[in-house]
Design a protein around this ligand. Structure first.
Ligand code: ATP
Length: 367
């Protein structure tokens, strides 16, 4: 069953200084019950606006939203269910715990708003605190607790209403890397325990890949691709998605007769393959860990730089006026200045991006 459905959802903002910005454009999405689904994309791409529309904090400009089969927002039918009636749990980055309330009062708050009986509130808060490992801290104020504990208060406050859907907007961004890791684990554990559906908003691709059953990548209000983390990493549909997940090299090439030549020097053959049946200007996209660096086979070049990483060596090799990054196991050993060959495996090919797209992205980044 689909727990969350968005149909043709669009949201525009008009401001005096910037005119109209379409924050979310014709957004169509179905998230299954119990799924952990992430929204990934750069700053300003529309992730939070979409989440706010699902939560009911933001009206739509067009389209409809269903939660658990119930129509909760529809512009044309003039339907708009307020947030407190949507049965959601929320942990927003900017929606921190209240400093003037102690742990118990913070977690009890959503139930008090719902005017639940005192005995029920007591029972449910105790359970939520227990699940978030906060037993015994009822009377403590948030300022006396660590960042991780404060985040767990926010989680407890979200699960106390027993939500069908949990909306998490960058909930871990204020935590140090170690705590982030353990909170990710906590979130997954709570999801298993309570069976809620999660929408998780993040900039952090590693976080999205670790947590999600499926995810989407957005750019300037548009969904670029929806799929499992593996699908998005291995089969990105465009350069933008390719660049957003994992590391990438992009090289401008000209393709003719099954061969890709450097764009800046068309006599310089970079890649050839029987399956390459494209023609004209393209961008060749490669993953640094999918390039074979060796001493006799492929494109002849030189090592520009070597960096030792924990599990591999990273090399920058010269390609035309630019360079390509290669990551290899430690046993392949080269020094800066050494001649070498690279063999590119399974590259992706994308049409060069239009200039106006790049300009619009720039404009939004400055907003
Ligand atoms: P971030 O990761 O930085 O939080 P985001 O992907 O969540 O970014 P949104 O906050 O959804 O992006 O913003 C999408 C676009 O809508 C941006 O261009 C933003 O400036 C614009 N926007 C969002 N809220 C408003 C508002 N209340 N008034 C005007 N413009 C807005």
């Amino acid at each position: 069953m689909n727990q969350i459905v968005l149909e043709h959802v669009t949201k525009s903002f008009t401001t005096k200084s910037l005119g109209t910005v379409v924050a979310v454009r014709d957004f169509n999405l179905s998230v299954k019950k119990g799924e952990c689904f992430s929204f990934l994309g750069p700053s300003g791409c529309g992730k939070t606006t979409t989440l706010r529309m699902i939560a009911g904090f933001e009206d739509l400009s067009e389209g409809s939203i269903y939660l658990g089969g119930r129509l909760v927002s529809d512009k044309r039918k003039n339907i708009y269910l307020p947030p407190e009636k949507r049965e959601l749990g929320m942990v927003f980055q900017a929606f921190a715990v209240w400093p003037h309330l102690n742990v118990y009062e913070n977690v009890a708050f959503p139930l008090k708003v719902k005017k639940r009986p005192h005995s029920e509130i007591k029972k449910r808060v105790a359970l939520a605190l227990h699940h978030c490992d906060l037993d015994g801290l009822e009377k403590v104020y948030p300022s006396d607790l660590s960042g991780g504990q404060q985040q767990r208060i926010a989680l407890a406050r979200a699960i106390v209403v027993n939500p069908d859907v949990m909306l998490l907007d960058e909930p871990l961004s204020n935590l140090d890397p170690h705590l982030r890791e353990s909170m990710r684990f906590e979130i997954k554990r709570l999801q298993k325990e309570f069976g809620f559906t999660i929408i998780f908003v993040t900039h952090d691709q590693a976080e999205a890949m670790a947590l999600s059953d499926r995810m989407l990548v957005m750019d300037m209000g548009n969904i670029q691709q929806i799929g499992t983390p593996q699908e998005l990493y291995h089969k990105p549909v465009n350069r933008f998605v390719h660049s957003f997940l994992g590391q990438s090299n992009f090289t401008d090439v000209v393709i003719r007769d099954g061969k890709a030549f450097l764009k800046e020097d068309e006599s310089n053959l970079l890649f050839s393959g029987t399956s390459l049946d494209l023609k004209g200007d393209y961008v060749m996209a490669t993953r640094p860990n999918a390039i074979d660096l060796n001493r006799q086979d492929g494109y002849k070049t030189t090592i520009l730089k070597r960096t030792s990483k924990t599990d591999f060596m990273e090399y920058l090799v010269s390609v035309g006026k630019g360079s390509i990054m290669v990551q290899t196991p430690h046993r392949n050993f080269f020094r800066a200045g050494d001649p070498c060959f690279i063999k590119i495996k399974d590259p992706a090919w994308y049409k060069p991006e239009k200039k106006d797209i790049e300009e619009e992205r720039e404009r939004r980044n400055t907003i």
